[in-house]
Design a protein around this ligand. Structure first.
Ligand code: GUN
Length: 284
């Protein structure tokens, strides 16, 4: 895609990816299926799950949302996962996080069949990602790399600064940028003089989970800014981790919130579901 203005349009790129997936799915002999487990009534989680499930349907991927009670035990949830692991009609399994506190997230993730782990969170997939490339890699980091590539923004040799070190975004994204031959710096809550470090970035990633945390003093003129945050402001509006009004005049490219990284994450989830399907069917 060409940059017409400085906005990196994640919605448009995700539509392009979804069209590619739809085309491939339409030629398959049977439909891929994603099963999503939602535990409890976390409002944000239920919105995310609905968006994921709707996107599947648009692309011809079957989707099932399994809603479980907030008080479900770890053993009961594991039983459900083992059922889905065995189910020949389910190719992708996604357990929406966070989970209630009586359930250990790592135990749940370790019990998902790695071939169906469309989030790329299973230790086997994380290990493959670390060593070279995993068949299934986490959706948001892949989405970040993909949007840069589709806009033909160079990565090799660039200094990438990542603010945030979560297992879902920051940590795997750093490994992916390294694979693309970038120089990578991780920052976090204990980093000293964060604005000065961030200012050295050619590509700055904000994945902190704090609304409008990154202001103009964090950014170098003409840097590329990727905003992974989705936060709700007291007035009810959505905001990223970047203060868009302050930062956007100074930079060469920036993702908006909403309409930036969010739709990319969903597009990659669909891509992963298709990959899982192809891998499972191929090995039958
Ligand atoms: N909660 C927030 N982001 C994610 C994600 O990418 N996958 C899952 N399963 N849960 C999440």
């Amino acid at each position: 895609m060409k940059i017409i203005n400085k906005i990196l349009d994640g919605k448009a790129v995700s539509q392009q990816i979804k069209a590619e997936i739809t085309e491939i799915v339409s030629k398959l002999s049977s439909p891929p299926k994603l099963s999503v487990i939602l535990v409890g009534n976390n409002f944000a989680s239920s919105v995310y799950v609905k968006n994921k499930s709707q996107a599947c349907i648009v692309c011809g991927i079957q989707s099932e949302v399994i809603t479980l009670d907030e008080n479900i035990s770890e053993a009961e949830l594991l039983k459900k996962i083992h059922e889905l692991n065995q189910d020949n009609h389910t190719h992708g399994i996604l357990v929406q996080l966070p989970l209630p506190k009586q359930i250990r997230e790592d135990r749940i993730i370790e019990n998902i069949d790695p071939r169906k782990d469309v989030d790329g969170f299973h230790p086997l997939n994380v290990g493959h990602l670390f060593l070279k490339k995993a068949m299934l890699e986490p959706c948001t980091p892949v989405g970040v790399i993909e949007i840069l590539k589709r806009y033909a923004l160079p990565i090799a040799g660039k200094h990438v600064v990542i603010i945030g070190r979560s297992n879902i975004v920051g940590k795997p994204l750093g490994i992916m940028f390294l694979r693309e031959n970038a120089t990578v710096t991780y920052c976090h809550s204990k980093t000293r003089d964060l604005p000065s470090v961030a200012q050295t970035a050619d590509i700055l990633i904000a994945a902190i989970g704090k609304a409008q945390f990154v202001t103009d003093e964090f950014v170098k003129t003409n840097a590329v800014i990727i905003d992974v945050g989705i936060n709700r402001l007291p007035n009810g509006k959505l905001a990223g981790d970047v203060d868009f009004e302050k930062v956007s005049p100074k930079v060469s490219a920036i993702t908006p919130v909403p309409g930036g990284v969010g739709p990319m994450t969903i597009a990659i989830l669909l891509k992963n579901t298709l990959k899982a399907y192809q891998n499972i069917m191929h090995k039958k």
